[in-house]
Design a protein around this ligand. Structure first.
Ligand code: GLY
Length: 390
């Protein structure tokens, strides 16, 4: 294998998924010289490349730690402006759409879940509106007859594939460097006081030096070695959670994001309808399985029978980066220049801009926003053994 020094950067971002690109964008906007290194092509392997793009701090609230909801609400508040600025810079529309979400109950069990969610939303002061079955069908005539009820929430959506097109263009406009198809194999502090990042592309090894490094490689973040410690450079309890997700195409038959407790349907202005998603603990298994596809179509058809007439154009598979507590890890790893932003699990698209903004505050201004405190990467470090009592 041949070795050459690629270059040096002020900040290297390892991972060109939605979180890594958003961080690089925020840093480049603040005048930092940034290099992004991505092991595949942008969007090819990223969880966001198959994600539906729901921005759902209200409808997913009962699934979340309250501190995660706070972060998601902060993301929600900035999303419209963030996407408009991206479009202004790049000319690429992001599909940001704030029509909202209808969470529908198809039977009494669902209704009980909706009631529980509604109570929790009221406790948290989140905006949610109870709708009768008739009112829900007045909003969305393609909803199944015989609904038990619905909730309307002001959640939004974005098209993650368009974001993955816009962000690299934004980086180029801002003078950042993006290496695709370049795998990072190891990261270590160098004698010169910065970090040495070992990379490999097409059998050629190379080295990149950077004063600061952000590991944002999603479910693959543990695969980067620390030659000094002989373990992953970010030794977090990470696992991939597989999601199978479908893309249909045809006449737009719903305007809102429609969810039941079992499935979500996300319509786009170009005729795409995204139906998701399974949750499977099966490692990096890239196969589409008939059972999951069947379950998604069955549940989606129960909510919106008209989907049966649409074309099924894609069965996608993605890997959510999940930490043991299902919360992200965002912050400093080594007390020096190594940082991480991963573990966003079901919320990577939603949390990308707020993660980027707060991590840029930390890197550029040494300011740790209180919103980030619950997500310190060090929370998984083993506790020091208690001193033996005599
Ligand atoms: N954010 C929805 C999912 O991960 O399926």
């Amino acid at each position: 294998m041949t070795t050459s020094t690629v270059a040096s950067a002020e900040v290297a971002v390892v991972g060109g998924g939605i979180v890594g690109l958003a961080i690089a964008h925020a840093l480049a906007q603040r005048g930092r010289q940034v290099t992004v290194v991505e092991g595949s092509r942008i969007g090819e392997r990223a969880a966001a490349g198959v994600a539906a793009g729901m921005l759902a701090p209200s409808s997913e609230v009962d699934l979340s730690d309250p501190r995660l909801t706070d972060l998601a609400l902060a993301a929600h508040a900035m999303y419209g402006e963030w996407t408009s600025a991206l479009t202004a810079l790049t000319g690429v529309g992001t599909g940001y759409d704030a029509t909202g979400t209808l969470l529908v109950a198809l039977h009494a069990d669902h209704l009980a879940i909706l009631q529980h969610l509604y109570d929790f939303q009221m406790e948290r002061g989140l905006p949610a509106e109870r709708l009768s079955a008739k009112a829900a069908r007045d909003e969305e005539p393609y909803l199944a007859p015989g609904l038990a009820g619905a909730l309307r929430m002001p959640d939004a959506q974005v098209d993650p594939r368009r974001l993955l097109r816009a962000l690299p263009i934004a980086l180029e406009r801002l003078g950042a460097t993006l290496h695709e198809g370049m795998r990072v194999t190891a990261i270590a502090p160098s004698d010169g006081g910065d970090y040495e990042i070992s990379t490999e592309r097409d059998g050629a090894a190379s080295t990149l030096h950077a004063a600061k490094v952000v590991v944002a490689a999603g479910a693959w973040s543990r695969q980067i070695a620390s030659p000094i410690l002989g373990m992953p450079v970010v030794p977090l309890p990470m696992r991939p959670v597989k999601g199978q997700i479908l893309r249909l195409r045809g006449e737009r038959i719903i305007q809102h994001v429609v969810r039941t407790p079992d499935v979500y349907l996300v319509p786009r202005d170009d005729g795409e309808l995204v139906i998701g998603a399974s949750m499977e603990d099966v490692g990096f298994d890239e196969r589409s399985r008939a059972g999951a596809v069947h379950d998604l179509l069955r549940e989606a058809r129960r909510a919106v029978p008209g989907i049966a007439e649409l074309d099924l154009v894609e069965c996608g598979v993605g890997f959510r980066p999940a930490l043991r507590d299902h919360l992200p890890a965002i912050g400093n790893v080594d007390g020096a220049g190594l940082l991480v932003a991963t573990g966003h699990f079901r919320n990577g698209v939603e949390l990308a801009p707020i993660t980027a903004r707060l991590l840029a505050d930390l890197i550029c201004d040494d300011r740790l926003d209180p919103l980030l405190e619950p997500f310190a990467p060090g929370r998984f470090a083993p506790a020091a053994p208690a001193e033996a009592t005599r």
